[in-house]
Design a protein around this ligand. Structure first.
Ligand SMILES: [Zn+2]
Length: 272
């Protein structure tokens, strides 16, 4: 007989396997998405748990012990609390959030992962792509969100993304993003697929680790095209009407479904 605890352990193991595959992809050196200890990933395990990369671990060289399971409620409580929170209180909350006291510690960016998962994402990937950061570290950062450059960008990233000004990473940033995410959802009716952080990097919000992978490579491509367009002249965006049309065309919706169905985890579901 399979107990509920064994089922829990099974789902955590599956989540860890998916997350480690995402880490290997995002941390692969030739992709220029994250080096050394940069970036982190997370996914929801159950109502109050997420798996997240441990602080200091390298995305390109992750092992089972480099993921840590934390309680979302402890981190979200800290984000929702008003007033100043000092570094010691943050460190204490991160320790209290851990499901297993012997596991490695989560980084302070776990707070922002908790906010993204709480907003509705199932998996999150945070990277510092060279291409994206080249734009985010310039005075043209807003060019990333002023419009769509080509149709496939809209298919994968949606017609609008979120740009967040530089805020001290940790509680302040998590609170700021929580407010901006709420405003975005109220205006658009959906979560953004990408959160761009000025002078920092990007967060990809997916329904699966496979979608996080697709979002990240498309955001990297958008940034590289934008950098070249800026070198030639001013970027020429699709009109708002054309962008909306791509976002709602039946054939583009089918293409989104086909992309999702082609992913390894979806195929596993189909064949199991
Ligand atoms: Zn970062």
């Amino acid at each position: 007989m399979v107990t509920s605890r064994q089922l829990d352990e099974g789902s955590t193991r599956d989540a860890a396997a998916g997350l480690l595959a995402l880490c290997a992809f995002l941390g692969s050196p030739e992709r220029d998405l994250a080096i050394l200890g940069e970036g982190n990933v997370s996914c929801r395990v159950d109502d109050d748990s997420m798996l997240v990369k441990a602080s200091g671990a390298s995305l390109g060289a992750m092992g089972d012990g480099d993921l840590t399971e934390v309680r979302l409620s402890v981190l979200l409580e800290l984000v929702a609390s008003g007033g100043e929170v000092d570094d010691a209180e943050v460190a204490s909350a991160l320790v209290r959030s851990q499901r297993h006291s012997t596991a490695k510690r989560p980084s302070v960016e776990a707070l922002l992962h908790a906010v993204c998962l709480d907003a509705g994402a199932s998996a999150v990937g945070h990277t510092h792509p060279v291409s994206v950061n080249a734009v985010l570290c310039s005075d043209r950062a807003s060019a990333l969100v002023e419009g769509a450059l080509f149709p496939d960008q809209i298919v994968v990233l949606g017609h609008r993304q979120l740009l967040v000004p530089y805020v001290d990473p940790g509680v302040a940033l998590a609170r700021h993003v929580a407010v901006m995410l709420g405003e975005f959802v109220a205006a658009e009716g959906v979560l953004p697929k990408v959160i761009y952080l000025v002078n920092h990097g990007m967060f990809a919000l997916g329904d699966s680790t496979d979608e996080v992978q697709r979002i990240t490579v498309m955001a990297d491509k958008v940034a590289r095209v934008l950098l070249s367009a800026l070198a030639v002249g001013a970027p020429r965006y699709l009109t708002a009407a054309d962008a909306r049309r791509i976002d709602t065309r039946p054939d583009e919706l089918l293409r989104r479904q086909a992309l999702a169905a082609r992913t390894p985890s979806a195929q596993k579901e189909l064949t199991s």
